[in-house]
Design a protein around this ligand. Structure first.
Ligand SMILES: [Mn+2]
Length: 301
């Protein structure tokens, strides 16, 4: 796989959507919401953990000009071992394709669980653009670096001394991490995820999350962007770190969260209630959980 510089993949100017085609699917318009951009990641389609019913419901009730799929959308590792696919997961795919048909620009930035798709960067599949990493420009002109975030796994364990060693050391650590990934792949070993490893080995997950956030923000700062959007650690967040706006869109395994941008460039984390949990009378309430920032608890599988 050829190394592609992040800026070569940078998106051009924002492309307005084509005129929307009326949807064939009946949608509860009272709860329908339009955003400028939606970011989702870590849906892990193909696994039992995927909250496909909630995700399909979210996609049916939220529209956007641009949809970013920020990696670990289809879980290629699990599918290799055992096929797990449901009608709800098929519904997720058809909702994404319906958005493509209605003029939404859909951009897929692969993650480590769907790294097979990285080989196809620059190509178009069923109207979905595959891209290694992207730059998204918000309505208020901020440049956001969009990537899954797994490439920082190997860096985080060194992060403490790297913080003292300086910028060049981060670059070398990243290259080492990429090399380790290629060597393991050649040997037929699965991608080694520090995050998954730490989930089992380290009690202090909070420290791991904050290290990840700091490393990603530092890399964003070195690239001269205003902010970053990533996934991977299954921990939704919006916060400023050293002048960089760090966004994480969470996951659809536990927290059912998405990151959305409105017409003015305001970013917000939405948490979507699982429709299967809405059977009680209390669930007559709005389909969406209250909007606002959330704290997801889970680390990635
Ligand atoms: Mn991941």
């Amino acid at each position: 796989m050829a190394e592609v510089a992040w800026f070569e993949n940078a998106l051009g100017n924002f492309v307005p959507p084509r005129a929307a085609v009326p949807s064939a699917t009946a949608i509860d318009t009272a709860h329908f919401k339009r955003h400028r951009t939606i970011f989702i990641s870590d849906t892990h389609l193909g696994t039992r953990g995927c909250k496909a019913e909630a995700l399909g419901d979210f996609l049916a009730h939220n529209d956007c000009a641009t949809l970013f799929l920020v990696g670990d959308i289809v879980d290629g590792w699990r599918l290799k071992r055992r096929w797990y696919w449901t009608a709800a997961q098929t519904h997720v795919i058809s909702e994404i394709l319906r958005k493509v048909d209605n003029g939404t620009r859909v951009i897929f930035v692969p993650g480590n669980h769907d790294e097979f798709a990285r080989e196809y960067a620059g190509r178009l599949f069923a109207g979905v653009e595959v891209i290694q990493e992207a730059i998204h420009e918000t309505a208020d002109g901020k440049r956001l670096w969009v990537l899954h975030g797994d490439r920082f796994d190997g860096v985080i364990s060194f992060a403490k001394w790297l913080a003292h060693a300086g910028d060049w050391a981060y670059g070398w650590a990243l290259r080492l991490n990429d090399l380790l990934f290629r060597v393991r792949k050649r040997m037929g070993l699965p991608y080694w995820s520090l995050s998954a490893f730490l989930k089992h080995k380290v009690k202090n997950a909070v420290e791991y999350i904050s290290r990840f956030e700091e490393v990603v923000a530092e890399q964003a700062r070195l690239r001269g962007v205003d902010g970053v959007v990533c996934g991977h650690i299954h921990h939704a967040e919006i916060r400023e770190i050293g002048g960089i706006i760090y966004h994480n869109d969470g996951d659809w395994v536990e927290s059912c969260s998405a990151l959305v941008e409105d017409a003015h460039g305001n970013m917000e984390i939405l948490r979507w209630a699982d429709p299967s949990q809405r059977r009680s009378p209390r669930s007559q309430a709005p389909l969406a959980a209250p909007h606002g920032r959330i704290k997801a608890q889970a680390l990635p599988a």
